[in-house]
Structure formats: structure tokens, C-alpha cells
Write a protein that binds this ligand. Structure first.
Ligand SMILES: [Ca+2]
Ligand SMILES: [Ca+2]
Length: 109
């Protein structure tokens, strides 16, 4: 586990170097726990559709549906060109990959 202020790609790399992967919260309980640690600040989620637009691939999972309940209402919308997943308090958003935000790494499942 680690936190920093990084882009999605940097975060992915940092987690690999630590022997882990970027976090993909599996349950509401886990999300709440992480929200508490970060006081509701944004953090990266280990999911991207950078390879095939609209196909979201997550570390430790295969693809996740755009209807997955972890997404915020109306997301992902690829507004502009958004290929990286971000946690906000209302749910997950797809966001540009080059913004700087918090990083959480987890050990591989
Ligand atoms: Ca996209
Ligand atoms: Ca979006």
C-alpha cells in the first residue's frame, strides 16, 4: 500500500515496482475503508479502456461492464478522451490518464 500524487501510468508502474497492483476495490466495504483513509479524496482505480475504447480491463479481474454498479451514474462517458478510472465519492469515473492524484497499491490477489 502506498500513496502518492501521480498519473495513472506512473501509478501503475510504481505499484509494479512495489510488487503489487493498483487497487481495484471489490466491495462497498473496501471502498468505504479506502475513502476513510483518503478522507474522500480522489484516487486511481486499476482499470482502463486505453487498449480498446469502451472495454474496461481491471487488474485482477477481466473486463468489467460499463453497467457495473461501481461506476457513478452516467459514467463512464469518455468525455473527450478518458481512459482511466478514478474513485470519487459518488462512484467511479472515467477520467483523463494524465491528471495527478492519489495512488493505492494492493498485493496481487
Ligand atoms: Ca475511454
Ligand atoms: Ca467521465
Amino acid at each position: 500500500m502506498h500513496d502518492a500524487y501521480v498519473t495513472w501510468e506512473e501509478g501503475k508502474q510504481i505499484c509494479v515496482e512495489l510488487g503489487g497492483v493498483m487497487v481495484v476495490p471489490q466491495s462497498e466495504e473496501e471502498l468505504q475503508h479506502l475513502d476513510n483513509i483518503f478522507s474522500g479524496q480522489l484516487f486511481w482505480i486499476g482499470c482502463t479502456d486505453i487498449v480498446v475504447e469502451g472495454t474496461w480491463v481491471c487488474f485482477g479481474e477481466d473486463t468489467i461492464d460499463e453497467q457495473d454498479e461501481r461506476w457513478a451514474a452516467g459514467e463512464p462517458d469518455s468525455n473527450g478522451n478518458e481512459d482511466c478510472a478514478l474513485r470519487a465519492t459518488s462512484g467511479w469515473y472515467d477520467n483523463g490518464c494524465d491528471v495527478y492524484t492519489n495512488l493505492i497499491c494492493q498485493r496481487p490477489a
